[in-house]
Design a binder for this molecule. Structure first.
Ligand code: SF4
Ligand code: SF4
Length: 210
């Protein structure tokens, strides 16, 4: 099943790269910028987790140890958070991020591959997801009108931008549609924050690595 998911992943990665290329005028992503790998939930489906887990097992021992230490730290932070703020969602820095770089880049999940583009919510082209970093001077910030929460040239109010600013039908819910998965002959399975997968699989992971 993982092989079939990899075919889908290659298809999506290629499509997403074309979107990034066509929007490059508005994109600031570069090596070392890792704001989108911090203070978030990182939803992962079962099959995405299987791939990133494989990536973890294949890391060099010293990097692997750092990631495992990060996982332990985040699990402790989560326990504390659950006791102190049980009604609030837990947000954390991704344990795979070391020195502001992803240690499992080739194995990363769908949400990690699409972040930074503008998307719209599944079935609703009017409901835009503008990346948070637009509000921090990064992607699309040159065409973001923060006051009206609108994408246009703030100085000229020119909506006829060249190249055209696009939002794509690649939000997470759209990408993990089980009907699409069926076409590639795999299933996404359950979805939960990345750290919760590690809580579930920690004992097996420790056994595997010893
Ligand atoms: S999406 Fe935004 S925060 Fe993430 S790498 Fe690109 S510019 Fe940086
Ligand atoms: S897996 Fe890699 S790209 Fe995804 S959030 Fe973690 S560090 Fe960032």
């Amino acid at each position: 099943m993982l092989e079939n998911y990899l075919l889908y992943l290659a298809y999506i990665t290629n499509k997403v790269q074309k979107h990034f290329d066509s929007q490059k005028e508005y994109i600031c992503c570069k090596k070392g910028c890792s704001k989108c790998c911090k203070k978030a939930q990182f939803p992962y489906s079962d099959i995405e987790f299987q791939l990133i887990y494989k990536g973890l097992l294949e890391l060099e021992p010293d990097i692997q140890k750092q990631v495992l230490d990060n996982i332990d730290k985040v699990i402790i932070e989560k326990q504390k958070h659950n006791e102190e703020k049980p009604d609030e969602k837990f947000r954390y820095n991704c344990p795979f991020l070391i020195n502001d770089e992803c240690t499992v880049y080739a194995y990363r999940g769908l949400v990690c591959r699409t972040f930074g583009l503008m998307t719209f919510k599944k079935g609703d082209t009017k409901n835009l997801n503008i990346p948070f970093c637009a509000y921090e001077g990064l992607n699309y910030s040159s065409v973001l009108d923060k006051i009206e929460n609108h994408i246009s040239n703030p100085e000229t109010k020119d909506d006829n931008l060249n190249p055209e600013v696009m939002a794509y039908n690649i939000d997470y819910a759209t990408l993990i549609d089980e009907e699409i998965a069926k076409g590639f002959n795999f299933q996404f399975g359950e979805v939960k924050p990345l750290i919760e997968w590690f809580i579930k699989w920690k004992e097996e992971l420790i056994e595997k690595l010893n």
